[in-house]
Ligand binder design. Sequence first.
Ligand code: GLU
Length: 419
Amino acid sequence: MKASEATNYYFQKAAKELHMQTQLERILMLPKREVKVECVVELDNGEVASFRGFRVQHDASRGPMKGGLRFHPEVDFDEVNSLASLMTWKTAVVNIPYGGAKGGVSCDPNKLSHQELQRITRAFIDEIHDLIGPQLDIPAPDMGTNAQTMAWIVDQYSKYHGWTPAVVTGKPLELGGSEGREAATGQGVFYAIEALMNDEQKNLADLSFAIQGFGNVGSFVARFIHEAGGKVVAISDANGALLNQMGIDIHALMLHYQATGSLAEFAGAAPLERDMLLTIECDVLIPAALGGVLTGENCKDIRAHYIIEAANGPTTPEADEHFRKAGKILLPDIFVNAGGVVVSYFEWVQNIQQFRWRLDRVNTELKAAMLDAYRELRAITKQSDCDFRTAAFQLAITRVASATALRGLETDSFCMIKT
Ligand code: GLU
C-alpha cells in the first residue's frame, strides 16, 4: 500500500465516524497545491546533475502551512503528499495555528558533499521561493536535512526577499533558531509516553523499551527514557541493532556513536539482527525511523503492548487493525511526534517578536502542549469508545473543518466533537 493510501484510509475512517459530507471530505483530503521542480546543479567533479524537488501544500485553513523538507532517495509525490496531509492533522491535534505542507528533494545526502548539498538546497529555493514565506509556508528539517540546510535556505530566500529568518524553523541558534528545537521531537515523544504511563498507572522505571532508529528522534527519546530510569533493551540504526535485556547505558552508547559513527562493536550490548528489534520481548515499542515498518506481515509477531509512533506513518492500516483487535495501545504519529513542530512554532513566534526564550520556557510550554493534547485525545477515546489514532484524526479533522467553515465554506453541521 502506498503511503498516501494509508494516510487517506485513516482520514476517511475518522471522517466517516464524524458523518462528514463527501464534498467536504474531498476538500480536506486533497492537497491545495503540488509543486515539482528540477534542481540543476554542478557536482564537485564538474558534471551537471539534476534532482527532482517537491513541495506539497496541503491545507491553510488554520494558518500558514508548515512542514519539513526531506532529502532522501525515495522522496516522491506520493510520500510527500501523505506527509503533507499528516502535517495538517498534526498541527491541528496540538492546536498550533498552522496548516500542513511537506517537501523534499530526491537525492542521497550520504553520497553528496557538503558543497553539493548546499548547491542543491539553493537551487531548490531558487525554484520555490515565491511559494514559501513566514505567512505562507514555513519549511523545517526532516529526514536528511538539518540546521545547516535551514541556514542555507534563510540565506538564499533572503537574497530575494530581504532578511527573513522566520521563513524556516529548525535554524542554528546564531541565525534565530530556538533553544530546545533539536531535541524537541524526542522530548515531545517522551512527554507523550509520560502522559500515557501516568494514566495507565505505570512507572517508567518498571518498563522495557525497544527503539527503532538512533537518529535525531530515536537518540533523544532513548536518552530521555534512560535518564528517567526506563530500561532501553534494544535500539537500532540503518545498519544494525543492539540488545541488552538488563538495559543499555544510553549515555555510553552516545559517546561510542559520536566516536565511531556506528552502533557496531558497542561493548555494553550484544549485536542483534536489525529487523529483529521490532519483535523482541519488551513493554513499549517505539518506531522512530522510516514509515511503513509495521505491516500485515510482521504485526502478529509484535510482542510489545504499547506502540508509540515516533516516526511518521510507521504502521500500515492492516497492522493498525490487528493491534486494535489484539488490545494493544498505540499512540499515533500525528500526536506523538508533534513536539518538533510545536517548538518550530515557538521558534517562529520568537522570530516574529524578535525576543528569545530560555530553554526552560520552551520545555515547559512544550510539555503543556503535549499534555493538553493527550487529555483531549483521552477524553475522545472514552466518549467515542475508539482508539487513539481515530481520536486524533477526529479531533484534527473537526478543528480543520471548523476553520474551513468559519472562513466561508458553507456546509451543514459536521462538528461532532466540541473543541
Ligand atoms: N519534520 C518535522 C515533522 O515531521 C517537523 C516539521 C516542522 O517543524 O515544521 O513534524
